[in-house]
Ligand binder design. Sequence first.
Ligand code: ADP
Ligand code: MG
Length: 236
Amino acid sequence: KNDPESVVIEKLIASYEQIDSTKITKFGEFPLSAKTLKGLRESGYHKPTEIQKETIGLALQGKDILGAAQTGSGKTLAFLIPILEILFTQQWTRLDGIGALVITPTRELAYQIFEALRKIGEHHDFSAGLIIGGKDLKFERNRMDQCNIVICTPGRLLQHMDENPLFNCINMKVLVLDEADRCLDMGFEQTMNAIIANLPPQRQTLLFSATQTKSVKDLARLSLKDPCYVSVHENS
Ligand code: ADP
Ligand code: MG
């Protein structure tokens, strides 16, 4: 295609292979869409934290990632930025349905992620939704169909999958397992396994965790393909 957006996208994609995370100090040095850069700037984000620096390039290159970094290190943007860029480069539209699914252990975390996405994603045209219970299932179900980026808690997501065999995420591109250690600590292991078994295998998966326990490694084995391991300990 020759329209201006396709040309821009071709250029972005062509520069993914040359990303050198060791040389990056500002978000503007990553090959990101103007829409994402503007959203970041307006939200007051200028320099990536260590985990963001280490994972964004790999995620743009299409890799599965197992990312370990302590609480407060900035893991949310480490997956929200790639989600926006992946859907942007796919020229995802509202009509394309669910393109990205973020699973996080609690409603509070889901709200926080949703708020962060609303800010940095402001100039994109994707729809986002929370699937965390509290509304009736049918209401959420109808909403979910119109969402491109769904942020959900494990129990509620599985409930949707169970009650609707046609649960439609067959085209989804990105799965994020956020705070995986906490999901497992909260007893969601079976739920997570069942969710993963229900998702299309053709997808990119980013798994983030503050700690790397055995159960996190088990979940990683089940959900990631040939992952890159990124572990960050500094307080940045
Ligand atoms: P984690 O998920 O690793 O616990 P969060 O993604 O919730 O961490 O981020 C922790 C805090 O750091 C949030 O208040 C967030 O706004 C802030 N933050 C994240 N990335 C950056 C950045 N690049 N520059 C400045 N502040 C950031
Ligand atoms: Mg977090």
